[in-house]
Design a protein around this ligand. Sequence first.
Ligand code: PXP
Length: 249
Amino acid sequence: MAGRLRLGVNIDHVATVRNARGGALPDPVRAAHLAVAAGADGITAHLREDRRHIRDVDMARLAAELTKPLNFEMATTDEMIALAERLKPHAACLVPEKREERTTEGGLDVVGQEAALLPAIARLSAAGCRVSLFIEADAAPIQMAAKLRAPVVELHTGSWCEAVVAGEDDKAESEFRRLAEGAALAASLGLEVHAGHGLDYDTARRLAAVPDFVEFNVGHFLIGEAIFIGLDAAIGRMRQAMDEGRAAK
Ligand code: PXP
């Protein structure tokens, strides 16, 4: 029987709001502590190359202060890997990054970047980080992730979530099938399977029924909900949605 799903809360967009004013508030590290108190199983933060939300000092404080695992999302660059080697977060999630994108678009091109990923995974693993590759739920990147001996993959749920929200039922159904089949393939290859991007209560509840997923990482929706009902209540509702989805499978 599938176990309880872990919830990782991404606090990037607390920093987005802070940076809009240029001061110190709202403090993303305070949000991380609140999220942990509200039941988050871990905290995710993405230090982007352009520092548009999370900054180096935020990441250092998160690494020093958190009582739950920190998942450091990063591009596969020497600068980021060196930082992870210094901060030693619990996990390092390698994501694609383009300066012009508004958020992470598409999964990592693991098949094309095998030569760069292999030493990156080795360095991060040697630093004690559990390496995760953020990829599309297709056979080729999943098989390559296994070949590269990454212990974890995070499957990109963005296309599915967009189709659900847009009411594109046929696309949503085929995207859901792609995620479910990808999760089953990854698990069969011994990979731990996470999911993230664009999840809300509804999509998290539905995806939780797929037993191969062990962790969801959710950010933008929860920080948006927090404006209306508070972070504590938003995390509580997300937790409930995930538990209901898992129990209903
Ligand atoms: N997982 C990964 C790897 C991501 O890059 C992101 C977005 O930064 C998320 C999860 C969270 O996505 P969202 O903010 O849409 O919930």
